[in-house]
Design a protein around this ligand. Structure first.
Ligand SMILES: [Zn+2]
Ligand SMILES: [Zn+2]
Length: 787
């Protein structure tokens, strides 16, 4: 029976597969080729039965009838709970799994309210605003709204593609406006007087996929929402916020930080699920040696090709998710090579850039069973409906639990068991996860992190708000105490002026909102331009440009490989050409860090943990070329790039000389021990805060001039910080314990990419002391406060 959910529903009639229970499939994978030591954990996720509730009385009969048409007789318990809270005017965040029908949870109360409003004399007694991170999602949600509500609820898209002649109609007549935060920031708020009647009647604001609003982007969106709330107040409305999120730690806290309002979380998922066997898998060490003689593990993609081969040979319908387009091609080719001719043509690659008809053909073949194996780039790029598989392989942790469950959720058909295998990549986070299944299968530990108080974020929004309506003392509770210090600074810079009425006014002729790009992070982004065609392929943040698109760099962009011919800093352009070199590049840099202010500091025994503002001066001085297949160093090239200065937030810890003695770390081993601990801790932070390893940086100093002690710093890679370092400070005990465990659990002797080596190390991973790092973290953690 079709259910109302975010994921596309499969309507194909499936041919009976040569189906074996997932346990049997796993046994086969393990038994062949002596792989018994690679399976680190098997989790049996039992089937979950649906729990239903009655429709709340506050949901209009028209909506219930339409839901019934779509196959929903009664809502699931979590949907009903969200509906009740929403109708009671509470800010609610619905944080349940993929395909758990979150959209019905917020749409039913919103559309009921809008329907009530159609009975008002002007036909628009209430309005609602829907925000999605992408245009495509907003378009999809508009379709869902029109399926559920009678046409007199007027749902309309309002984004960059909306023709000028339609915009006026949307402002005057639409009751449900679907847009994105960028459009709200740039198009709607600055022109609020034209939206007066819409804002006056605004009853609900829906924020879909709210876990995507994290880091600097999330902090900007939080300020845009405060500007929206301020204007609503002036127009006399006080909308209720409804949020939908992937499962994460403490969704209520994240929703509160995003909206600035107290929120209730609904997290108990009552939707049904088939049984799933989830295996954690670590590829074996190979005979190759990498940087500094470290052992190299077989890559997750190579291992995925082998497992895909065996599953296809068994007649099991399988998709292997990989990181890049190139890897998708490689996995498919390798599996085809391994299989005999009759089966080889039943394996294919799927990657972005395929035409719609090619995608449809692949879907058809997969569902009919003609195709048994597919190697594909991530679910987001996918655009193909491949639910209902027997097995899913994940080549590497996809970065967040949300994406992990999205990919694993492709496996399983109603009433049948399925197999998912997470294959660890050669890095500390993946290594930790395959040895600590509780981090994946028990309570979520990763939180959606953002920091709206970052002055680099807040300042331009104060300007934009003042341009919308003069800022008065009554706005202080919205923008917080940080605004008190910023407003005089903005006046000094000639951007705002305080008049005799006590309010702050925007003084410039240009539009204040144009000064902020919600998705940028300061500085002109560098444009990536293809030499042969002159085509603009995309951009990289200014902050990352020196390390990722320097002259001579091999750069992966949307899964394709390019060679950078020249980085022109004057024009902020990187000229690239499509290439397929047999090597990757790694920038080498020098970094100095100084403490500007210590905001919080706690004693950990004799040691100390601190959080505050720092200045990081970084200079990229050259790069190494490494052979892809083996990691072998092919050569080093010098670069002449200017230093870059970053003022940001950091978490740091230091130990005393006595502690070093206790840990038996002689001074000459200290640099390697601290450096190794720094690398692994950067690798593990994304487990607690939803950041990429690349959003943060680190420095370890044997004797730091500011602390006068051996100190390890981990800092946010964006000006003013994005909340990651702060979150690291708050969760430091768990974070650094996980770091130590990850290093200690690695089976290598002296350090490898699975534990302490880092692909982004500016020092060529030298010196590193694995055993010293474990001892150093142990002595530090011995003094850590116990909960
Ligand atoms: Zn190792
Ligand atoms: Zn390093």
């Amino acid at each position: 029976m079709p259910r109302f959910s975010v994921t596309p529903v499969t309507h194909w009639v499936l041919v009976p597969p040569s189906h074996r229970p997932p346990e049997a499939l796993l046994t086969t994978l393990v038994a062949s080729r002596g792989r018994s030591d690679r399976l680190t954990h098997t989790e049996h996720l039992p089937a979950r039965r649906a729990r239903h509730s009655a429709w709340p009385d506050s949901i209009r009969p028209e909506i219930r009838a339409a839901a019934l048409e779509l196959g929903v007789e009664r809502p699931w318990a979590h949907q009903a709970e969200a509906m009740n809270l929403a109708r009671a005017g509470r800010t609610v965040v619905l944080a349940t799994g993929t395909a758990s029908g979150k959209s019905l949870g917020y749409l039913a109360p919103v559309l009921s309210e809008l329907l009530d409003g159609t009975e008002a004399p002007n036909g628009r007694g209430s309005t609602a605003l829907y925000l999605a991170p992408t245009k495509a999602l907003a378009a999809d949600q508009r379709r869902r709204a029109t399926e559920l509500a009678p046409p007199r609820v007027r749902a309309a898209l309002y984004d960059g593609d909306t023709p000028a002649q339609e915009r006026e109609w949307v402002r005057q007549y639409a009751s449900y406006v679907l847009t994105n935060p960028d459009m709200l920031h740039r198009g709607i708020l600055p022109a609020h007087s034209r939206w007066a009647s819409f804002l006056k009647a605004l009853h609900y604001v829906v924020i879909d996929e709210c876990h995507t609003y994290r880091g600097v982007f999330g902090s900007h969106v939080a300020q845009v929402l405060r500007r929206l709330r301020r204007l609503c107040r002036r127009y006399g409305s006080e909308p209720v916020f409804l949020l939908a999120s992937a499962t994460a730690a403490d969704p209520a806290a994240a929703a509160e930080r995003l909206t600035g309002l107290p929120a209730v979380a609904v997290t108990e998922d009552a939707s049904p699920r088939g049984p799933l066997v989830f295996a954690l898998w670590e590829p074996p060490l190979t005979e190759y040696v990498g940087e500094n003689g470290a052992p190299v593990r077989r890559t997750a993609t190579a291992e995925a090709a082998y497992l895909l081969t065996d599953l296809v040979a068994d007649g099991t319908r399988t998709v292997a998710f990989v990181r890049s387009r190139r890897a998708a091609e490689l996995v498919a080719l390798q599996a085809q090579d391994n299989l005999d001719a009759t089966l080889a043509n039943r394996v294919a690659a799927y990657r972005g850039g395929y035409l719609a008809e090619e995608r449809r053909a692949l879907e058809r073949d997969l569902h009919s069973g003609r195709l048994l194996g597919l190697a594909s780039t991530s679910a987001l790029e996918l655009g193909v409906d491949v639910s209902g598989l027997d097995a899913v392989l994940l080549a590497g942790y996809p970065g967040t639990r949300a994406s992990l469950w999205q990919q694993a959720g492709r496996a399983g058909r109603e009433g049948q068991g399925a197999l998912a295998v997470l294959i660890a990549r050669d890095d500390p986070l993946d290594t930790y996860l395959v040895h600590h299944p509780e981090a994946l299968f028990e309570r979520p530990v990763e939180a959606t992190v953002l920091d709206p108080d970052n002055p680099h974020v807040l300042a331009p929004h104060l300007c934009a708000a003042a341009a919308e309506l003069p800022l008065g003392p009554e706005d202080r509770d919205l923008f917080g105490p940080a605004s008190d210090q910023l407003l005089p600074v903005l006046e000094q810079r000639g951007l705002l002026r305080r008049r005799s009425d006590g309010c702050w006014y925007w003084t410039r002729r240009e539009r204040a909102a144009d000064a902020v790009d919600l998705r940028g992070s300061g500085g002109n982004p560098v444009q990536i331009v293809e030499v042969s065609t002159g085509r603009l392929l995309g951009t990289v943040d200014a902050a990352a440009a020196h390390t990722t698109v320097h002259t001579g760099a091999v750069h992966l962009h949307r899964g394709r490989t390019y060679l950078v011919r020249e980085l022109d800093l004057e024009t902020s352009v990187a000229l690239v050409e499509s290439a397929n070199p047999s090597y990757t590049t790694a920038a080498r840099d020098t970094t100095a860090i100084s403490v500007l202010s210590t905001d919080r500091s706690v004693a950990w025994g004799a040691g100390r943990l601190s959080f505050g503002s720092v200045e990081v001066v970084n200079q990229v001085v050259g790069f190494l070329r490494k052979r892809i297949s083996t990691g072998e160093i092919l050569g080093e090239t010098k670069l002449d790039l200017p230093p870059r200065t970053l003022r940001t937030r950091a978490v740091w810890w230091s130990v005393t000389e006595e502690q070093l003695l206790d840990a038996t770390i002689p001074f000459d081993q200290l640099p390697g021990a601290a450096h190794a601990a720094e690398h692994a801790s950067i690798g593990l932070l994304p487990l607690f805060a939803t950041c990429d390893r690349w959003d943060i940086g680190g420095v370890s100093v044997p004797l730091h001039p500011d602390t006068r002690l051996p100190t390890v710093f981990v800092y946010d890679g964006h000006p003013g910080g994005a909340g990651f370092a702060e979150h690291g400070f708050r969760r430091a005990v768990e974070w650094l314990t996980a770091t130590r465990d990850a290093i200690a659990a690695c089976e290598c002797d002296r350090g490898c990419p699975s534990c302490v080596q880092s692909p982004k190390c500016g020092n060529g991973n030298d010196p590193l002391d694995k055993a010293g790092a474990v001892r150093l973290l142990t002595v530090l953690l011995a003094g850590a406060p116990r909960e």
